[in-house]
Each structure stands twice: as structure tokens, then as C-alpha cells.
Design a protein around this ligand. Structure first.
Ligand code: ADP
Ligand code: MG
Ligand code: ZN
Length: 477
């Protein structure tokens, strides 16, 4: 049977304020061509000046990816002509990239797997071409020219789309922990090229690969991998050969098309950039960066299981995102309820975000309010049912959400008045004689229905434990 072999080339935009070789802003979404200068526009006679912050961010990533760090790292010119590249060369690294021979560990279906990192280098981004359908013209926007990137080239170690997605998620989380990129695929700050080949299971040699570009969401990557795997298997099974080529993925049409074959591949005529001196990284510099790295997700995960007695699963879910893990820790500092907090963050928050149509990054939940919320649940001010609604409102309103006011205004406080609950139970039993008889005849399944009726008649706000107790008393005499 067939096996899929995948290697990734991932570009990550670094979140420095200014570009890699000039002081222009890197802000996303500015008016076209308002964030450029003679350096990043490639005017003759200008000279690049390397941004130190880029070196720091790139070195941190290389260290976190367990790479060997080059003590001297050099920039090379990659020459090609394209309208989004006014200099007609991209400053990149080929011969002495900043990092080599690293790895990242991913987890898929409970198994840990090590993905090799072939190399990691720094380079500048190119501009953007806007193809207008309106007047059939192409407009270049050079704001992105010179935005710093790191490119992380993996070994062909992936065997499934699941592994690829796990790796990209881990990479995103790593950048978030290091504070070096927001890795927003939808804004192009993380982009992946998928190199893929297939071979018969058991074969040791790799098959001929294609490279699919322009896959810019996790879902698109899954689709592109599925598509390309099936396409190559089809070719091979009908006796053909796969051509080594670059392909373009169109997510809207769910299809890939060939862009250029390897025979027409460009010769980039790489050579060391004479305008930029080699960058020397001292032992002290590397040591200082290594010791200043923040606690990364694996270490934090282990600490969470120890310190808060969480399951490895829960700790893994919470620490996958630094922002989520921070929200958890800050909340627990205030309310001292790790289990309850973890449950709400893992089990309920995703649903609340989904219902509100808000992404976690944009939800702006304050840990003070969240701690107050957990307190309200624990003190039985509100029940879990109502809690879901409150959480949805909190997610929508963000940090200005007034928890107490919201519960009061909407009359959501939990009903735990036994007389009131008993009256509701009696009424439901009187109205559902048939179900009561069924229950007494041994069909205990109807209990859920009866309890549901009582809850409904009390607006979903009753204490479930009290309803259960009163119901049992009334039914069993
Ligand atoms: P190039 O220089 O043409 O870009 P590289 O050797 O640098 O090629 O490899 C680019 C990417 O392709 C790497 O991520 C590598 O893991 C992956 N790759 C190489 N060979 C294969 C193969 N046969 N199948 C799948 N991926 C591959
Ligand atoms: Mg390549
Ligand atoms: Zn500039």
C-alpha cells in the first residue's frame, strides 16, 4: 500500500516593529506603498542595515528548535526578476544559515514523534501584487518588501496531514511563547509550502516530489495533502511517472494546478551579499539568549500536572496556547480552583467562542472576571447551565463585562429554594401522570425527561442537585 512522505518549508513573519534592513514600519494592512523607502524599494546606491531585533528573534527560534547555531551567519543574494521584488534579488541565506540540524517534537494520537529541522534561515519578504479584475491591471504594493522572515525547512519526516497540522500548531505556539510572531495564517504571517511524494510502504527510497505553494490555512493544508496524495497515487497506479514540479493550491475550487516544472526551475545565482558583513554570534550572546528563553509549552505542561494536579491531557490543552495558559494561571491565582477553571476553559470556552463567533485571540477575557465567574459557579450563585450563557456574554463583551450586573439584570441567580422546587416538581408530576406510571413500572429512563421539565419550568436556573433530590422524594414517596 502507499505511504505519503511530506517535508515542509514554513515562512514565519517576525513581529519586529521595523523591517529587516531599513526602518520602515512592518504594520499589516497599511495603505499600499506608504511603508517603503529607497532601501526596501531597491533604489541604486542605497545600503541595507541589519536589524538586531531580527537576529535576536531568529536566534531564539533556532535555539527553541534545538538547532546547531552558526557562529558566523551570512546573507546571500537570491537573484530573480519578478515585479513584486524591485531590487531583482532577495536577501536570504543559503550557505551559512543561522540554524541547522534541529528538531521539534509533535504529538499525534498520544504518540510523540520527532520531526527533523534541516535548516532555518533569515530572509526578507517580497511585496504583494494586487491583480485587479476591475480594470485587468496589476498593482504592486511594496509595503511588505523587507518584512523579516524566518524560513524553517523540515526533513521529509511527515507521513500524514495530521502530523503536518500538529507541527504547524506547535510551531505557532512556540512563536507565541517566544513572542516573535503572531503566526496568523489568514494574514500571511505564517505560510507553508508542502513538498509531497508517495511510495510503496516498506520502500526505503523516496518518490519524486511536488511542491504545493499558497496553502494558507490548516484546513487548506489538509485538503491539499489529500488531493496531491490521491493525484500521485493515481498517476503511479496507471503506470505513469510523477513530474517534479511546483504546484499552486486553490482552496475555493479544492484543486491544485501545475505552475512550473523543475526543468524550467530558475537558477538563482546565489552569492554572498557584498553590502552586508557576516554576522558573528558570540558564545555570550547565544548563552544569554538561551538562558533568557521563556518557559516553553512542554515544560509548562509538566509543571501544570505537578502544581495543579491536572491530567496530562488537560495540561496539554491549556499550554498549547500561551494566552490560554496565562489566563488559566492568573485565574487560579485569584480563585484557587484549578480543576474547575481547567474544565471551563477546556470544555466550555471553545463552545462559547464558537457560539459568539469570536476567536480566542480577539475575545479579550479578563482573568479577574473569569475568576469571579468561577467563584459564582463554586458558590452556586449560578448553575452550570446558566454559566454557559454567562460565558457566551463574557466572550462577546470582552474585558468590560460586568458579571454581577449581568446575572442580576437577567435574573439568572440559581434557584435553590426547596419549597419553590417542590412546587415545580409536583406540578410536573401532576401534568405527566403517564410518565410517572412508566417510571414506577421500572422505566427509569423517563426520569431525565421529568427532571428536564422541572428545569425548564424554573427557567433553567435551579440547582440540579436539589431538583434531583426533591424529585426522588416525590417519586419514591
Ligand atoms: P529544494 O532545494 O529544491 O527546495 P530541498 O532538498 O531543500 O529542495 O527540500 C525542500 C523540502 O522538500 C524539504 O522540506 C524536504 O524535507 C522536502 N523533500 C525533499 N525530498 C522530498 C521527497 N522525496 N518527498 C517529500 N518531501 C521531500
Ligand atoms: Mg525549496
Ligand atoms: Zn524601507
Amino acid at each position: 500500500m502507499w505511504e505519503t512522505v511530506i517535508g515542509l518549508e514554513v515562512h514565519v513573519e517576525l513581529s519586529t516593529k521595523s523591517k529587516i534592513f531599513c526602518s520602515c514600519s512592518t504594520a499589516f494592512g497599511g495603505e499600499p506603498n506608504t511603508q517603503c523607502c529607497p532601501v526596501c524599494m531597491g533604489m541604486p546606491g542605497t545600503l541595507p542595515v541589519f536589524n538586531k531585533q531580527v537576529l535576536e528573534y531568529a536566534a531564539k527560534a533556532a535555539i527553541a528548535l534545538h538547532c546547531e547555531i552558526s557562529r558566523t551567519t551570512v546573507f546571500d543574494r537570491k537573484n530573480y526578476f519578478y515585479p513584486d521584488l524591485p531590487k531583482a534579488y532577495q536577501i536570504s541565506q543559503l550557505y551559512s544559515p543561522i540554524g541547522r540540524n534541529g528538531y521539534m517534537e509533535i504529538e499525534v494520537d498520544g504518540e510523540t514523534k520527532r520531526i527533523g529541522i534541516h535548516e532555518m534561515h533569515m530572509e526578507e519578504d517580497a511585496g504583494k501584487l494586487i491583480h485587479s479584475e476591475f480594470d485587468n491591471e496589476t498593482y504592486p504594493d511594496y509595503n511588505r518588501c523587507g518584512v523579516p522572515l524566518i524560513e524553517i525547512v523540515s526533513e521529509p519526516d511527515f507521513r500524514s496531514a495530521k502530523e503536518v497540522v500538529a507541527y504547524l500548531e506547535k510551531l505557532k505556539s512556540m512563536c507565541e511563547y517566544l513572542g516573535i510572531s503572531d503566526c496568523k495564517m489568514q494574514e500571511g504571517s505564517m505560510r507553508a509550502d508542502v513538498n509531497l511524494s508517495v511510495r510503496k510502504k516498506g520502500d526505503t527510497a523516496f518518490g519524486v516530489r511536488t511542491e504545493t505553494k499558497n496553502v494558507n490555512s490548516f484546513r487548506a493544508i489538509e485538503h491539499a495533502i489529500e488531493f496531491e496524495t490521491a493525484r500521485q497515487i493515481d498517476i503511479l497506479e496507471s503506470g505513469g511517472t510523477v513530474k517534479q514540479e511546483t504546484r499552486h493550491w486553490n482552496e475555493d475550487r479544492r484543486t491544485g494546478v501545475a505552475m512550473r516544472s523543475k526543468e524550467n526551475a530558475q537558477d538563482y545565482r546565489y552569492f554572498p551579499d557584498p553590502d552586508l558583513p557576516p554576522v558573528v554570534l558570540s558564545e555570550e550572546y547565544i548563552e544569554q539568549l538561551t538562558s533568557s528563553l521563556p518557559e516553553l509549552s512542554e515544560v509548562r505542561r509538566a509543571r501544570f500536572t505537578q502544581e495543579y494536579a491536572l491530567s496530562d491531557y488537560a495540561a496539554g490543552r491549556l499550554t498549547a496556547s500561551k494566552a490560554l495558559a496565562d489566563l488559566f494561571e492568573n485565574t487560579v491565582k485569584l480563585c484557587n480552583e484549578p480543576k474547575e477553571t481547567a474544565n471551563w476553559l477546556i470544555e466550555c470556552l471553545p463552545k462559547a467562542l464558537d457560539d459568539a463567533g469570536v476567536a480566542f485571540e480577539d475575545a479579550d477575557i479578563s482573568f479577574e472576571t473569569f475568576a469571579e465567574f468561577i467563584g459564582a459557579i463554586r458558590s452556586k450563585t449560578i448553575n452550570k447551565n446558566v454559566g454557559m450563557k454567562v460565558l457566551a456574554a463574557m466572550v462577546k463583551e470582552g474585558s468590560s463585562f460586568d458579571l454581577k450586573g449581568y446575572i442580576e439584570k437577567n435574573g439568572m441567580a440559581m434557584i435553590d429554594d426547596t419549597d419553590m422546587i417542590r412546587a415545580a416538581v409536583k406540578k410536573v408530576l401532576a401534568e405527566n401522570q403517564k410518565s410517572v406510571e412508566e417510571y414506577r413500572a421500572g422505566k427509569t429512563k423517563v426520569l431525565g425527561f421529568l427532571i428536564g421539565q422541572v428545569m425548564r419550568s424554573l427557567g433553567g436556573k435551579a440547582n440540579p442537585a436539589s431538583v434531583n433530590a426533591v424529585m426522588a422524594e416525590e417519586l419514591n414517596g
